[in-house]
Design a protein around this ligand. Structure first.
Ligand code: KG4
Ligand code: ZN
Length: 336
């Protein structure tokens, strides 16, 4: 079954074609970073408009790279939430129009479950149950995944997401937007023990909190360098110290998780899963608990259409359909 996945929940306009939930035939992502960079974050209105401008182009590119026309597809899958409402509506309405015009079955899926489904793609073979940590710009969620349609949320951030913390730290240090990648690179050159930053919520719960860490960094910078800000020589040390705190907390929670659930594998997904330090540290946690570590390549960790198609395959197989009158969700119902 060939499924086209459409993703427009934030600032990537993405479409991908996946066969049988596993084999990527195409995966086209149009990133809007340059559009939002000067604002230091995603401007929802601008994101929606850009989606409108480019979605048809992204869609036809995804089909042509897969060597298909719409007739060659068996189903459609679209991100229904969580995300920015205006942005989600562009993808949802495009998918509805396609379904109406072609008669192809359409399903609407949870974006965060989609991130986990990136771990179902080749060369992986999904084997359940799985534990999953989704770390993105908008979310930091822990799931127990009993099957491709059975997700139980075990933990989440109580305030900022891990990626959001990275982006805010980068903004504070004058490193631009989005900040994760820059801090990750800069941290390689710094000493992670140079500055003492808090490791929030190192307890037995599976919830996170990153806003205190951000405030600690703000205070550290203000008290040491005031208005002038830190010089270029200290930036790598600040980046490394900040990154060490985030990665240590995330890894700590993975240890708590893997000590609590019996699983076959651990999936690390979402934009922050592109982080080199986190990838290494999470791999070690999986090894300590002797579970398979499933880590999609960086281009499948950030938002993309292939992950939405991979998840949609299972929804369509199960006969789940999106009614044309249905809406998007900024927060998924029941918060799953
Ligand atoms: O999953 P994603 O593409 O979009 C959302 O659904 O949010 O994640 C984007 C987030 C941004 O906050 C970005 O700074 C972060 O992922 N990110 C990273 C890295 N690459 C992207 N964070 C840390 N290290 C990285 N290498
Ligand atoms: Zn995402």
């Amino acid at each position: 079954m060939k499924v086209l996945g459409l993703e427009t929940s934030c600032d990537e306009t993405a479409a991908g074609v996946v066969e049988d939930g596993r084999k990527i035939l195409s995966n086209v992502v149009l990133n809007q970073d340059e559009l939002h960079a000067r604002f230091g974050g995603v401007v929802p209105e601008l994101a929606s408009r850009r989606h409108v401008e480019v979605i048809l182009q992204v869609l036809s590119e995804a089909l042509s790279r897969a060597g298909l026309t719409l007739k060659g597809l068996d189903g459609l899958s679209v991100t229904r939430g969580p995300g920015l409402v205006g942005a989600l509506l562009v993808g949802l309405n495009a998918a509805k129009a396609l379904s109406l015009a072609t008669g192809l079955p359409l399903c609407g899926v949870n974006h965060l479950h989609g991130h986990v489904a990136a771990g179902f793609l080749e060369p992986e073979t999904p084997e359940f149950p799985l534990a999953a940590l989704v770390v993105s710009g908008g979310h930091t969620n822990i799931y127990l995944v009993r099957g491709p349609l059975d997700f139980e949320q075990l933990g989440r951030t109580r305030d900022d997401a891990a990626g959001e913390a990275y982006d805010k730290a980068a903004k504070l240090l004058g490193l631009g937007y989005p900040g994760g990648k820059v801090i990750d690179k800069l941290a390689l050159l710094g000493d992670p023990r140079a500055f003492a930053l808090p490791r929030p919520m190192q307890d037995r719960s599976l919830d996170f909190s990153f806003s205190g860490l951000k405030t600690a960094l703000v205070n550290l910078v203000a008290s040491n360098w005031g208005e002038k800000g830190p010089g270029p020589e200290v930036l790598p040390h600040l980046a490394a110290s900040f990154q060490a705190a985030v990665v240590e907390v995330l890894t700590y929670k993975l240890e708590v998780l893997l000590g609590r659930v019996e699983v076959k594998g651990l999936v690390l997904a979402g934009g922050v899963a592109a982080n080199q330090a986190l990838r290494a540290s999470a791999a070690q946690a999986a090894e300590r608990h002797q579970v398979r570590f499933i880590l999609p390549p960086p281009e499948l960790c950030t938002d993309n259409g292939a992950m939405i198609a991979a998840l949609g395959y299972y929804h369509l197989l199960a006969g789940r359909r999106l009614d044309l009158a249905e809406d998007v969700f900024s927060r998924w119902p029941r918060d799953i």
